[in-house]
Each structure stands twice: as structure tokens, then as C-alpha cells.
Ligand binder design. Structure first.
Ligand code: THG
Length: 381
């Protein structure tokens, strides 16, 4: 019998206030995200998926690190980094801000929180944004300080999330609108609570800045949620693919532009803003993108066989014709995937791909997010 290799959890691979609780609750897998542990699975991907869609889950997403920008030039730096116009973002608002470099390539795709006139948090995906931000601020001689504070987001997601949150934080939580945040009291400490999260099942994110209170809060969410069938959870691959939520590093990375990643709708390329990537992105828009992210669908019976993780067509561009993420959807009975595809292959409705066992099948091409109704794919359950 072979020994399962282990990942050594050292100081470099940081835990969160809840890591030991996850072990007690039977976590089955972790990934490494921002040099931290991010759980990926509890019971099974599929069991976790149904539970998330029907009940409520508490997620340790402490790996979504905050990059804090404070000072007179904080907003200027945010605008320099993103081609989305942030000039009208209000204090108390969250905003999805793809960060793009001078060549028009994605650095990260965080949620920004405007905490004050001179303070922002960027709740980052997996790349070292604080180093990029410090470099830019130094080069541009901006009056802003940059650090990663000790903050660990805790997400409460699922259709019963609001009921559970109201029991722990009071009914004020119900007044928080989507992508807004408020400061709510828990045991005498004000926590930032936003209506947001990396699922489309509804819910909240608590930005926990006190580890001890965070542990009490975690335990209380489970105690108060017993009759709601609360369970431990994490971002779920099936649910987020069905919902079209992209994962930086998987679906797209530093080789891709936000236009190729389908994020053009979030950007303001014609705004009069001082943003590093605007010239490159305007040129790309005018020339037309050479590749694009799309969804792929393989129906049952093949669908339960994963798609081979190798380029599905030859190309001189090594940054396309690959599968980004994939999962079997138990609801729609299809293997779902994201793929970055060369534009010439998108003239057709299907793409020939290899399954893991070598079988060749035609995968249907769709937009992300998948519009299952328009695709005439009914939920099987
Ligand atoms: N929450 C917080 N931090 C995060 C994530 C999160 N950091 C990493 C990662 N997730 C960042 N990426 C995303 C991608 C999509 C969304 C949030 C974070 C998202 N998008 C909605 C959509 O696409 O419909 C809403 C976008 C909008 O309306 O602006 O929620 O999840 N704290």
C-alpha cells in the first residue's frame, strides 16, 4: 500500500483561525491559495453541492486575503490598477474590480471594498497583489500605504443563510443589499458584513479581524443553525461552474486579458480615468480578441468521464485551447467545462475533445455563464 503524500503545513503555508475545526469536521481536501489553506471538499463534491443549494453552509475562505490601501492616494491607486471606473463607488459598497497590467493582462480579479474616503480593501484571488500595488505606488510616488491585515473572510452561503445570519447578528443583516456591507456587532466587536460570496445561492461574507471572536462566531453559527441543517462547506466547483463564477489561475491567468476572460462588461474602456491598462485594452478591443473563454458541455453518457487535461487543438498560441475547470453537473447531467479557445475554432458550434479514456466526442460550445434554458437543457432533478 502506498503512503499518501502530505503537504507540510508550515508558517509559509498559513492556516486560518478555523483550520483545526475543519479537520474535526472531516475536511477531505485543501488547495493552496494566497499561500494559505483553502478547503475544497467535505462529504463529496456532489453531496456538498446539493447541501449548498438546499440548506446553508459556513465557509472558511480566510485565504481570500485583504490588501489594504490607505492614504490620500488610495483611490488613485485602485483606479490605476483597474479599467473599471471606481470614481462613483460609495463607502459601504463592494465592487468586482479586475486588475490589469500595462500590457492588458489580468493580475487578479478581487472584490474591492471602499471602507472610507482614503481606505480600500482588495479581497484578492490567488496572486500576490500587495507586491504589485507596492511597486506601482513606489514607481508613481503615490501617498498610500499598503499592507495585508490579519483579516479572514468567513462566508455563510445557501438559501437559509439570511435566517442563520439574523440569529447571530440580528435582523439588521436583512437590510444589507447585494454587494453592500455594514458593520454589525458580535460580542461587542463591529465586524464588516457584506451580502456577497462566491456562489449564486445567496449569502453573506463576514470579514473577521479577531481570531478568537472568529472562532466563537464559527461555533455559534453551527449551534444556531442546527435546525437549518447547517454544514461546513467551501467554494463548490460544480455550483460555481454552473453559475459562471470564474477562478483566477484556473479559468484564466496572467496570460489573458479581461476581454478574453469575458469580463469586458465590468470595464469602462472609454471613461476618462487614469488607468494603466486602458491603451492596451483599447487596442485589443479595436483589433478584436484572438481567443475567448467559453463553456463546453458534454452530455451523458460520456459526460461522467472527465475531459483530458491537454490542449484540444494545435495552436501557435500556447495560452489557448485548454480546459480551465470542469465538473459533472448532477442537476443538468452534463460534464461542464470552461475553455479558453482560439477565435477560429469558435466559428463552429462544437469542438472535438478527448475524454480521459481517449474517446473523442463533440463538446457543445456555449457562453459563460451557461444559460441552460436557452440551451434547452432541463434540470434532471
Ligand atoms: N469574496 C471575497 N473575496 C474574493 C472572492 C469572493 N476573492 C477571490 C475571488 N472571490 C474573487 N473573484 C470573484 C469573482 C466573482 C465574484 C466575486 C469574486 C462575484 N461576481 C458576481 C457575478 O459575476 O455575478 C457579481 C459581480 C458584480 O455584480 O460586480 O460575486 O467571492 N470577499
Amino acid at each position: 500500500m502506498s503512503v499518501q503524500p502530505k503537504i507540510a503545513i508550515s508558517r509559509r503555508l498559513r492556516s486560518t483561525p478555523w483550520t483545526s475545526r475543519l479537520h474535526q469536521q472531516g475536511v477531505k481536501g485543501f488547495t493552496v491559495y494566497n499561500h494559505m489553506l483553502l478547503p475544497t471538499e467535505f462529504e463529496s463534491l456532489e453531496a456538498d453541492y446539493w447541501h449548498l443549494c438546499e440548506h446553508v453552509q459556513v465557509w472558511d475562505v480566510g485565504a481570500e486575503r485583504q490588501v489594504e490601501l490607505t492614504g490620500p492616494d488610495a483611490s488613485k491607486l485602485v483606479q490605476l490598477m483597474t479599467p473599471r471606473d471606481v470614481s462613483k463607488v460609495a463607502i459601504g459598497q463592494c465592487v468586482y474590480v479586475p486588475l490589469v497590467d500595462e500590457g492588458g493582462k489580468l493580475i487578479n480579479d478581487p472584490v474591492g471594498l471602499k471602507l472610507g474616503d482614503q481606505t480600500w480593501w482588495l479581497s484578492v484571488a490567488d496572486s500576490d497583489v500587495w507586491l504589485w500595488a507596492k511597486g506601482l505606488a513606489t514607481g508613481a510616488m503615490l501617498d498610500v500605504s499598503i499592507r495585508e491585515p490579519e483579516v479572514w473572510p468567513l462566508a455563510v452561503q445557501g438559501p437559509k443563510a439570511e435566517t442563520l445570519m439574523a440569529r447571530v447578528f440580528g435582523s439588521d443583516v436583512k437590510d444589507i443589499r447585494f454587494f453592500r456591507f455594514a458593520k454589525l456587532d458580535y460580542q461587542g466587536h463591529a465586524f464588516i458584513v457584506a451580502r456577497s460570496g462566491w456562489s449564486k445561492q445567496g449569502g453573506f461574507e463576514i470579514y473577521v479581524d479577531d481570531a478568537t471572536l472568529g472562532q466563537a462566531m464559527y461555533d455559534e453559527l453551527f449551534a444556531q443553525g442546527e435546525d437549518l441543517n447547517v454544514g461546513p462547506g467551501c467554494p463548490n466547483l460544480i455550483e460555481r461552474l454552473e453559475s459562471g463564477l470564474l477562478s483566477y489561475g484556473n479559468d484564466m491567468d496572467f496570460a489573458h486579458s479581461p476581454l478574453e476572460a469575458g469580463l469586458g462588461g465590468f470595464l469602462h474602456l472609454d471613461a476618462k480615468i487614469d488607468s494603466l491598462s486602458l491603451p492596451a485594452l483599447r487596442r485589443e478591443r479595436d483589433a478584436g480578441p484572438t481567443k475567448k473563454i467559453v463553456g463546453l458541455l458534454v452530455p451523458a453518457p460520456y459526460g461522467e468521464m472527465p475531459i483530458a487535461e491537454r490542449p484540444f487543438a494545435a495552436s501557435s498560441d500556447v495560452d489557448c485551447n485548454f480546459i480551465g475547470s470542469q465538473a459533472w453537473s448532477p442537476r443538468y447531467k452534463h460534464q461542464l467545462a470552461s475553455a479558453m479557445v482560439a477565435s477560429e475554432l469558435l466559428l463552429s458550434d462544437t469542438i472535438t475533445i478527448d475524454l480521459l479514456d481517449g474517446t473523442q466526442v463533440e463538446a457543445r460550445i456555449a457562453d459563460i455563464p451557461f444559460d441552460f434554458a436557452a440551451l434547452q437543457i432541463d434540470a434532471a432533478v
